[in-house]
Structures are given as C-alpha cells and as structure tokens.
Design a protein around this ligand. Structure first.
Ligand SMILES: O=C(O)CCC(=O)C(=O)O
Ligand SMILES: [Fe+2]
Length: 215
C-alpha cells in the first residue's frame, strides 16, 4: 500500500511534500469554494463542541480549545485516560472524509478512516501542546489526514531525537495535511499560540482498530 520514500504523485499540482521519509505532505484546495467556507460556518455552529478538563498534578484544567470526537460506533477511543464513544457522522464531516479519501486515492494512497477528532480554535491564543498521535488504538505507524478550515496557522513539528531542526507546516484554509507512516513514531507536533486572529477548525481523520480499543 505504501512504499518507503513514497511521494504524492507529481500529477497533483496542489501538493507540497514537506518530508519524503517519513511522508509528510500538504494538499491545497480540498473542497473548493463555497463548500469549504460553508462547511466551516456550519461545523462551528452545529456541533456539540466540548471543552473537557485534563488532570495535571492533581488539578483539573480545561483544554485551551474545543473539541468533538466523531465516527463510527466501533471506533471507541481512549484519550487522557478516558473512554470516548464518538458522535455520529455529521453530513459535512462525512463529505470532507470522502473528499480526503478521494484526493489521497488520486495520489496513489489507499486510506480508510472510521473516526475524526475535530478541534475548534477561536483565535491564535487557543492551541494544542506537543504530542504524537500514537495511541495504541491507532496501531503501529498510522496514516492520519488533518484537514484545516479557517484561519491559516502553522503546525510545528519536531524530531523526537532532535536529529534535524524543528519546522512549520503552514496549513491554509481548505488544506489537507497527510501524516504518513512513521510521522507519529519519529516526530511530535503542536499548534503553538500565535498572535493571529480568526477561527480555525481542524479535522484529524484516523482509523481506530476495533480489536484493540477495549480495556
Ligand atoms: O489542529 C491541528 O491542526 C492539530 C490537531 C492535532 O494535532 C490532533 O488532532 O491530533
Ligand atoms: Fe495530533
């Protein structure tokens, strides 16, 4: 399905490769307009956005953004020691998921997703700290596709071994960031606070393996 050193095919003119190995690439113009802007407005309005708290040194802290888990019923997920059942697919999210699968397919990449974490950042102060998407439910070396709508912000990457410099992946409105096999094992990413205005919603599509999702 994926060969080492794979690049999205050069026939996709709106793809930019950030890393060959592990594969990291940005595709632009995923949905087109007005679909992308309408989806941003509807998702911001319609979804049951939550601000769960994380326990840190014995104190509860609300996360610095809002989020929603969505997906198929079998895609149960553990996150920060808690068990989540995903919300049912919103029609816009299903449309975006299908557009991602189609775009990747056109680049020669077969992908399947049964869940998505949506994050809503009201402005540049809202953020996500350093992490890898390496939960056991995702299996070894998952393929994760992150769609960005709204304000453009950089997703910062750093190597776990510090073998090379940290770098930014700038994610414009209506773009798709492909994090291929090895990205979660070898790098971390963070959406750092920036003095940038504007609402941004990201959708990170994942495949949760049912057989390992229980306790
Ligand atoms: O908002 C982003 O682009 C990052 C989201 C992310 O890292 C995640 O959902 O795991
Ligand atoms: Fe992530």
């Amino acid at each position: 399905m994926w060969s080492p050193g794979f690049l999205p095919t050069t026939t996709d003119e709106a793809a930019e490769t950030l890393l060959d190995s592990p594969p990291l690439a940005v595709f632009t113009g995923l949905l087109g307009e007005p679909v992308a802007t309408e989806a941003l407005a509807r998702l911001a309005q319609d979804l049951a956005w939550q601000r769960p708290t994380l326990r840190l040194f014995g104190r509860e802290h609300p996360i610095p953004r809002h989020q929603v888990w969505m997906g198929s019923p079998e895609a149960r997920y553990r996150y920060s020691g808690r068990d989540f059942t995903p919300e049912a697919w919103h029609p816009d999210v299903a449309t975006i998921r299908d557009a991602v699968v189609e775009r990747l397919d056109a680049a020669g990449i077969t992908a399947h997703f049964n869940s998505v974490l949506l994050n809503r950042y009201a402005d540049g102060e809202e953020r996500m700290g350093w992490h890898s998407d390496d939960e056991p439910e995702l299996g070894l070396d998952p393929l994760i596709a992150a769609v960005s709508l709204g304000a453009e912000r950089p997703l910062r990457f750093r190597w776990k071994t510090r073998e090379a410099e940290a770098f930014n992946a700038w994610l414009p409105h209506d773009s798709l960031l492909l994090m291929g096999p090895g990205v979660q094992r070898r790098l971390q990413h963070a959406l750092l606070p920036r003095r940038l205005p504007g609402l941004r919603i990201s959708l990170t599509f994942r495949l949760v393996k049912a057989e390992t999702s229980g306790d």
